[in-house]
Write a protein that binds this ligand. Structure first.
Ligand SMILES: [Ca+2]
Ligand SMILES: [Ca+2]
Length: 190
């Protein structure tokens, strides 16, 4: 049986080992705290395929959590959820780029979140604070920044879970890949 190179390439891609996902704890960050200002945002690096977790504590009412992360090329962020938290008056905002936003309209999504939306994809919630909202509920490759803070002065522990997957190619890319494979088959049969 002949195995055509294009099919071999596809099989190889499908069998690639999966990168391990990251687990990031705030107290592992330099200085032991996520940055409290836009200028001191904590960079978490690139997420990996699968489940990534970020844990931390808002230790006082004025403790702000600024952090950013990267969705690598070829990946997408399927969901970003609070998977552990107390209370329901926490501001969560996410924007494009490595520099956090400071105005509601600059966020892709912003809103008050907490245990009432536990385990729900925050990216798909109804936006507030003048933010645009994320129609697909997912985010493509790129840098993203988060601001998370408490609005009533309580001390809270939290855990975010980010689920990434391999990005689905655009329909035009799939068509071109299929066409390339078909042309390869036709040439070899001549
Ligand atoms: Ca902080
Ligand atoms: Ca903190």
């Amino acid at each position: 049986m002949k195995i055509y190179p294009s099919l071999l390439g596809c099989s190889f891609l499908c069998l690639c080992p999966l990168a391990s996902a990251f687990t990031f704890a705030e107290m592992d960050a330099s200085g032991g705290e996520f940055g409290d200002t836009i200028a001191t945002v904590t960079s978490l690096g690139a997420t990996s395929l699968g489940i990534n977790t970020i844990t931390g504590q808002i230790s006082a009412g004025n403790d702000r959590e600024y952090f950013n992360f990267t969705i690598p090329s070829g990946f997408q962020l399927d969901s970003l959820s609070l998977t552990a938290v107390d209370g329901d008056t926490h501001f969560f905002g996410i924007n494009s780029g490595a520099v956090p936003a400071d105005a509601g309209a600059d966020f892709l999504f912003a809103g008050l979140v907490g245990d009432s939306v536990l385990n729900q994809n925050l990216l798909a919630l109804t936006p507030g604070f003048g933010s645009s909202g994320i129609a697909s509920g997912t985010l493509g490759a790129g840098d993203y920044s988060v601001l998370f803070n408490e609005t009533n002065g309580s001390v809270i522990d939290y855990e975010f879970t980010l689920v990434t997957s391999q990005a689905v190619p655009e329909p035009s890319s799939v068509f071109l890949l299929g066409l390339t494979g078909l042309l390869g088959l036709v040439r070899r049969r001549r």
